[in-house]
Design a protein around this ligand. Structure first.
Ligand code: ADP
Ligand code: ZN
Ligand code: ZN
Length: 743
């Protein structure tokens, strides 16, 4: 009996296999091209998965054994148009399974199969009874709420910022019929925009350049020193985009998305600003995505994963601090949000502004070679002045908890003058090492160290606890040396906790606040700490968390201690990262009326990086570094891909990577290498710089090519083979195209 002519759905599923899966349409349905991009539920082994239709094809005879999909999740495609096309491009570019990439493009709740959420904003108003009751109310929260709602409808986000604990008050009012909750479409909530400062000539020129680029895809670099008013330029460009009736997407680094920044956007733009970041509940992020999908959200400000926001009416994309490492997804499917945003901007035909005081060398190279429009803001806006940098040579100087007497004297002076001081040390914890003074034993992480390589555990809690910063392993610090039994255990070196201890003892009359991942686990903790400090003279001790984000007007002195380890790192991007960090940290000083100063203490005052950076600035550094990258054949003059593998045993990762190397070499031989030698250079396999982490042995194979095309041709051939290698079953492996570091 001939089988029924039927259509088969090709479905992308969130599984780590580089293929699509065929299903018959749900019972009673016919499938067509119209279904591409729709979500549906399918059986997969014993499980049920949510997939996305990638295509459909006429059924072959052997299709009779196919399973039937269980049902559609909504009537229309959820992933369609540009976003779907761009996500598919990203799957090809990263060589990741398309199902995993498409799943990443969806917010978590939609990935799990929940419906596209309702996007009404909830707001509150007083009922007539509530308005007349106001006059007779006692002081207190219910009255304050009633006053806020008197004659105005306020949305819940606004109430959150206006009155702590308003929800309970609102609920009790509502129960008595005095207030009511109403649903508004998001786009109706428009506070009146407040005017900003008049742009200075450099800002005005940048605003005009972006305005003139509105008609199509134009990548623009806004290269402006810290405090030069880049955010003001974004605000004008966004307002212009809104005036054209289009949506704007703004990406900021994880740490840059502060209430301060959102407040500034909300006050100035006169439309609701939707925020999307990892601190929000999944349901909230899904609401933002859905509001953008429906075209209701006009301005979306978000961190890395917001790059997947649907933009049916796109007009502008902005990437703030484009050099920031948090734009690169470092596990699972590894993508770079900035680079993907450029691809989307091109597909959408809209301008994209990359802003930074310290542009990445890739971006700078693109700007200098004319691929990006290069806009410069050379001066600080408003009243801020760039702070002078003083280098303290501390060779042979006595140090107190790592701080020199001269540095402490500048802190004394700054506090006496009523200023705020930042002490920057990029090392959290009490001390980097716990060592036995009697026998030389030091505490190593059992899960990260191997016979060949030892990894110190960091001392925390004033010496009471040990913690590994690579795998998170913790244990109490031993009281006596496990090797010799001696009592001579001593913390070696300085972390932020130890600096805090010293500064608290030295400045008992001033607030001393520590800011690092240990002290600010919760998202609002940082804001609370800043609020606690207020305008008082005081000291902030902290890690790179302090290098961006919150704008501290009272900061007059920035001191940088213990960056010397960073000067000698082997990673090819280490210098770039250190230079960016130093410029960004220094740029925190003197952002308002008060003049600022930067003091940097080092054992290597003549180090070329410091010399160039301090005397020539970031661009001089970038010139030198780009020349070195070119000579050494590193990005942006070469294209890299890193294949990583790990396992609980030492051999399987190397065995897998050797097999990968053989497969690639065989392919290259067959494909024919040019007269200049093989198009793709293979380095390794070798153990990773951190050869064991969290109990896993790690190894890597680095591929590099002067051009992108041959690298990707090789990867296209290699990746399907990798999935099929028998050695692959004994390891966890991942491919990182354009790795940002070689760890
Ligand atoms: P960036 O984003 O480059 O760090 P901001 O846009 O945050 O700079 O501006 C730094 C400070 O200067 C802010 O306090 C801002 O209000 C102020 N500012 C920006 N542009 C102007 C201007 N044209 N006139 C006066 N003040 C300005
Ligand atoms: Zn000992
Ligand atoms: Zn560890």
């Amino acid at each position: 009996m001939p089988s029924q002519p039927q259509t088969v759905l090709q479905v992308a599923l969130p599984v780590p296999l580089p293929r699509l899966f065929d299903y018959l349409p749900p019972a009673g349905h016919q499938a067509s091209e119209q279904d591409v991009g729709r979500r549906l539920r399918v059986p997969f082994g014993q499980r049920e998965l949510v997939g996305i239709v990638e295509g459909c094809a006429p059924a072959q005879v052997e299709a009779t054994g196919l399973r039937e999909a269980l049902g559609w999740l909504e009537p229309e495609p959820l992933l369609h148009g540009e976003l779907r096309a761009s996500a598919r491009w990203l799957a090809r570019y990263t060589h990741a399974p398309v199902g995993e990439v498409l799943a990443t493009a969806l917010p978590a709740t939609l990935r799990r199969g929940e419906p596209l959420p309702d996007t009404h904003e909830w707001a509150w108003q007083l009922t007539e009874a509530g308005a007349s009751a106001l006059a007779g109310m006692r002081q207190g929260r219910p009255r304050r709420l009633a006053e806020l709602l008197h004659g105005t409808i306020r949305d819940e986000t606004a109430l959150d910022t206006l009155l702590d604990g308003w929800r309970a008050a609102a609920r009790s009012r509502a129960e008595r019929g005095l207030a009511e909750r109403i649903a508004l479409p998001a786009s109706q909530l428009a506070p009146d925009p407040q005017p900003g400062p008049t742009p200075n000539p450099e800002q005005a020129e940048a605003i005009e350049t972006i305005h003139a680029s509105a008609a199509g895809f134009v990548p623009l670099l806004l290269d402006g020193v810290t405090g030069s008013g880049k955010t003001e330029v974004y605000l004008h460009a966004i307002a212009d985009c809104l005036a054209r009736g289009r949506q704007a997407l703004v990406l900021v680094p994880e740490i840059g998305l502060t209430p301060q920044l959102l407040g500034r956007f909300r006050a100035r733009l006169g439309v609701p600003v939707h925020a999307s970041h990892s601190g929000l509940a999944d349901s909230e992020r899904a609401r933002v995505w859905a509001a953008a999908w429906r075209g209701e959200a006009r301005v979306i400000v978000g961190t890395r994963s917001a790059v997947f926001t649907p933009l049916p009416e796109a007009g502008l994309i902005v990437i703030d601090e484009e050099h920031d490492g948090s734009y690169k997804q470092q596990d699972g499917f590894r993508y770079h949000a900035r680079d993907f945003a450029l691809v989307r901007a091109k597909a959408l035909g809209v301008p994209i502004v990359l802003g930074s005081a310290t542009p990445s060398l890739e971006t700078l190279h693109n700007a200098r070679s004319g691929r990006y429009v290069h806009m410069r803001l050379r001066q600080r806006a408003g009243s801020g002045r760039p702070p002078p940098v003083r280098v303290l040579d501390i060779r042979k100087r006595p140090l107190e908890a790592g701080l020199s007497a001269e540095l402490l004297a500048s802190v004394d002076r700054a506090l006496a003058a009523g200023g705020q001081v930042l002490v920057f040390r990029n090392r959290r914890g009490y001390a980097p090492v716990l060592m036995c003074h009697d026998c030389g034993w030091s505490a190593a992480c059992p899960r990260c160290s191997s016979p060949e390589q030892s990894r110190a555990m960091t001392v925390h809690a004033h010496g009471r606890r040990l913690q590994c910063h690579h795998c998170g392993h913790r244990r109490p610090a031993p009281l006596a040396c496990p090797d010799c039994g001696g009592l001579g255990l001593q913390p070696q070196g300085i972390g932020t906790e130890r600096l805090e201890e010293l500064l608290l003892a030295r400045y008992p009359d001033h607030p001393v606040l520590r800011i690092d991942r240990g002290s600010t686990r919760r998202r609002d903790a940082l804001e609370k700490l800043f609020a606690e400090l207020g305008e008082r003279a005081g000291v902030l001790v902290g890690t790179q968390m302090l290098a961006k984000g919150h704008d501290l007007a009272g900061l007059t002195l920035v001191t940088v201690v213990g960056i010397d380890e960073g000067l000698f790192s082997a990673d090819f991007r280490a210098s770039e990262k250190l230079a960016q960090l130093l410029i960004q940290v220094a740029g925190r000083a003197g952002r308002a009326e008060r003049a600022g100063e930067v003091v940097l203490q080092t054992h290597h005052p003549d180090h070329p990086l410091l010399e160039t950076l301090i005397h020539g600035g970031y661009h001089a550094f970038a010139d030198t570094e780009l020349a070195q990258r070119e000579a050494a054949g590193f990005p942006p003059f070469a294209h890299l891909a890193m294949l990583r593998a790990e396992s609980r045993h030492a051999e399987p990762p190397m065995a897998f990577l050797h097999a990968a190397r053989r497969a690639l070499a065989a392919w290259q031989d067959q494909a024919g290498a040019g007269p200049a030698g093989p198009a793709v250079e293979i380095n390794g396999p070798m153990p990773a710089p951190m050869a064991r982490r969290a109990g896993q042995y790690r190894a890597q194979l680095l591929l590099s090519a002067p051009q992108r095309a041959p690298l990707h041709a090789a990867l296209r051939a290699l990746v399907p083979e990798l999935h099929a290698l028998p050695e692959a079953r004994k390891v966890r492996w991942s491919l990182d195209v354009d790795p940002i570091d070689l760890y």
